[in-house]
Design a protein around this ligand. Structure first.
Ligand SMILES: Cc1cc2nc3c(=O)[nH]c(=O)nc-3n(C[C@H](O)[C@H](O)[C@H](O)COP(=O)(O)OP(=O)(O)OC[C@H]3O[C@@H](n4cnc5c(N)ncnc54)[C@H](O)[C@@H]3O)c2cc1C
Length: 334
């Protein structure tokens, strides 16, 4: 049995941000991950707001492709959504291959002394009184004063503890993939409304495009690759992800926190899943530091974290609803 202050399950941006922030505060952290790194994940387009977060985590954004915004073809003539500018410069977002970014975050955690453990079939260790105390894998146990679920769509702890979801949409599936190209013109890149939903195409490197397609209803789900990409050679297979809008009813409880997509998910049109994952990881880590220095205040600190998650999701749901209402064929379920 190994003892830590914090045991984090899942080493995506949310889990790594939690682990790094906790380790920066001098806590002993174990980070349990089931996949071999580097591994693929969607979510390469990052708002410039990611830069100060990475800076706080002491991670240098590599030489990723930069862009000043993107084209939106939605409820009228195409418009360019720029990220903005200040007196000195235009703000630039990143196209960061997730395998690379996530590997960088993991290496930063390792450099800070976080123990990184490959695991399969993790189960929570729960006290008879209901407090989560650690993680069991076979005969081995990693005990922690707090356990953080950062397993993304796998929602490991939500499933194990059967925490209910608050749902804000019907079941939504995003299909996505990559193709080889260096010639697609700028006017074909960006976010495009179509009668069944929308598609998004972005260039993530000189020779590689990413696309995502989402249908608002089951009827539109036969559409896979955007038509404009049909002439180009696919890289890998088409994948799908459940991107139904949802938030876990309880995102913090006795001995545990949920962060990133494990706490709440919206579809990729909300466009800042990675930033939210980093922010929620750091927010949960700060809450854990507070709980450890003020054990009697744990319920108060956790209620504040929960309210923070809830408010952020409500704000995003309102914004996404209003954006979808302006769609030429808005979904009936709005
Ligand atoms: C098609 C698509 C396009 C997207 N595009 C963008 C975009 O352009 N920009 C953006 O900001 N966001 C985008 N997103 C959202 C973004 O991908 C997620 O919000 C983000 O990855 C969430 O990070 P996370 O750390 O919570 O989870 P993840 O990145 O999913 O990481 C979870 C980790 O947990 C591990 N894990 C899972 N189960 C277990 C287990 N039982 N035990 C141990 N480890 C486990 C996984 O292997 C993984 O490493 C997109 C999403 C989709 C589906």
């Amino acid at each position: 049995m190994s003892h830590f202050d914090v045991v984090v399950v899942g080493a995506g941006p949310a889990g790594c941000a939690t682990a790094i922030y906790c380790a920066q505060q001098g806590l002993r952290v174990a980070l349990l991950e089931k996949a071999l790194f580097p591994r693929h994940r969607p979510g390469e387009t990052l708002h410039p707001g990611v830069e100060p977060l990475l800076h706080q985590l002491e991670v240098t954004a590599l030489d990723y492709r930069r862009h000043p915004g993107h084209w939106v073809h939605w409820d009228g003539p195409p418009r360019f959504n720029s990220f903005g500018a200040d007196r000195d410069s235009v703000w630039l977002g990143f196209q960061a291959p997730r395998a690379l970014l996530d590997q960088q975050l993991l290496e930063r955690a390792r450099a800070l002394g976080v123990q990184i453990v490959p695991v399969r079939h993790a189960r929570p260790v729960v006290q008879p009184q209901g407090r989560v105390q650690g993680v069991r894998v076979g005969a081995r146990q990693w005990m922690g004063k707090f356990v953080v679920d950062a397993t993304g769509h796998s929602s490991w702890l939500q499933r194990q503890l059967q925490i209910p979801w608050c749902r804000f949409s019907p079941r939504l599936i995003a299909r996505y993939g990559y193709c080889q190209d260096s010639s697609l013109t700028e006017d074909k890149l960006g976010l495009f409304a179509h009668p069944h939903g929308w598609h998004w195409i972005t260039r993530i490197s000189h020779t590689c495009l990413h696309w995502t397609q989402m249908a608002f209803t089951e009827a539109g789900q036969h559409r896979l690759r955007p038509k404009v990409l049909e002439p180009f050679k696919a890289i890998g297979r088409i994948r799908g992800a459940d991107v139904s809008w949802r938030r876990c009813h309880t995102t913090a409880g006795p001995g545990y926190f949920l962060v990133g997509d494990a706490a709440a998910t919206l579809d990729p049109c909300a466009s800042h899943g990675v930033i939210k994952a980093l922010m929620s990881g750091m927010q949960a880590a700060a809450a854990i530091v507070d709980c450890l220095s003020w054990p009697a205040g744990e319920a108060t600190v956790q209620a504040a974290y929960q309210a923070w998650v809830q408010k952020a999701v409500e704000r995003d749901v309102l914004a996404l609803r209003s954006f979808y209402r302006a769609h030429p064929c808005p979904p009936g379920w709005l």
